[in-house]
Write a protein that binds this ligand. Structure first.
Ligand SMILES: Cc1cc2nc3c(=O)[nH]c(=O)nc-3n(C[C@H](O)[C@H](O)[C@H](O)COP(=O)(O)OP(=O)(O)OC[C@H]3O[C@@H](n4cnc5c(N)ncnc54)[C@H](O)[C@@H]3O)c2cc1C
Length: 289
């Protein structure tokens, strides 16, 4: 058995320096609810663990002057839940993050870990994509921004380059009449992996949908932004025909696997059903926002 070092730096520069210097032998630890399970199963054996929970920029939540939010990549679901304003402004993103695991898992697990773990079924990812969230990443060559949908590269893989750490999520300011929702289908009532997950974010003006984004999880190698579904909703009064067209776009976007949780046919059908239900919740919230 090889030795493993553990580092808990208090600055991002220190974390990036150590992570990059280890040249692939290091792993980031946020909540540890994925990585520790993988280490125990012998799937990963890092020579260095870089714990990022002691870095203020990665553990803070800021409401910006324009009404947007910047959420540190390592903020836990429990801490986000306690924020006095976040759930009011982004109820769909919050409900997606709060679906992850149990109370114990919520105390540790982060949206950053959910995204960087690269699971196509990660619950927070479709909601973040629907929200139009971007991420800031920092590596040995500096900082860059990218949309959340550009981060996953395939099951267990991301487009972060060696030594890069996810720093934060930026959620845009909210228009009046805008809201969001997230629903997932799981075979059990809780503590399971999504068969399909659907995030919808939309804006209503005088009953007409003026903006929409749809994120779909667990139906392809990466979580998808379904632009054709959003296009079907925008300009409509969210009538049955528009919603059915959007549901059909979701079904058409599916490239799922068959596994013990659901077949290709089942996942594809559920994608359309979830789209309809998620739109209904987001629209109801937007009507009150
Ligand atoms: C009992 C249980 C139930 C669960 N239920 C669900 C569920 O319902 N839905 C769901 O989606 N997931 C679920 N999970 C999986 C897991 O809890 C989530 O994916 C969680 O969001 C991971 O966050 P974390 O902070 O614990 O990540 P970690 O385990 O700390 O990290 C996960 C991966 O991302 C990397 N990483 C973490 N943060 C960064 C960063 N800032 N920059 C670069 N790389 C980073 C790590 O190196 C690691 O490879 C469950 C896990 C358990 C144990």
């Amino acid at each position: 058995m090889t030795d493993m070092r553990y580092l808990a730096p208090s600055t991002l520069d220190e974390a990036v320096g150590a992570f990059a210097a280890a040249a692939g032998a290091a792993r980031i630890l946020a909540g540890g609810t994925d990585i520790l399970v993988q280490m125990r199963a012998g799937m990963v054996q890092p020579g260095l663990i870089v714990d990022i929970k002691k870095i203020p920029e990665l553990t803070g939540i800021e409401e910006t002057a324009d009404g947007g939010f910047v959420i540190g990549a390592a903020v836990s679901g429990a801490v986000l839940y306690e924020h006095p304003r976040f759930g009011e402004v982004w109820p769909g993103v919050l409900e997606a993050i709060n679906l992850i695991g149990s109370t114990q898992v919520q105390g540790r697990a982060s949206a950053g870990g959910n995204l960087c773990n690269g699971s196509p079924a990660g619950d927070s990812v479709p909601a973040m994509i629907a929200a139009g969230a971007t991420v800031t990443v920092q590596g040995p060559n500096g900082r860059r921004q990218m949309p959340v949908e550009a981060v996953p590269a395939g099951p267990g893989r991301t487009n972060l380059t060696p030594g890069e750490i996810l720093v934060s999520f930026t959620l845009p300011p909210r228009a009046k009449g805008a809201s969001d929702a997230y629903l997932r289908m799981i075979p059990r009532t809780e503590m399971d992996i999504a068969v399909v997950g659907c995030g919808v974010n939309l804006t209503l003006k005088d009953g007409v949908c003026t903006a929409a984004r749809v994120g779909l999880g667990a139906v392809a190698p990466t979580v998808l932004l379904v632009e054709a579904a959003a296009k079907a909703l925008i300009g409509s009064k969210l009538d049955d025909a528009a919603i059915e067209t959007a549901a059909a776009a979701c079904r058409a976007a599916c490239r799922p696997i068959d596994d013990k949780r659901g077949t290709i046919v089942y996942r594809t059908k559920v994608a359309g059903v979830l789209l309809k239900r998620t739109v209904a919740i987001a629209a109801d919230r937007a009507g009150r926002a």
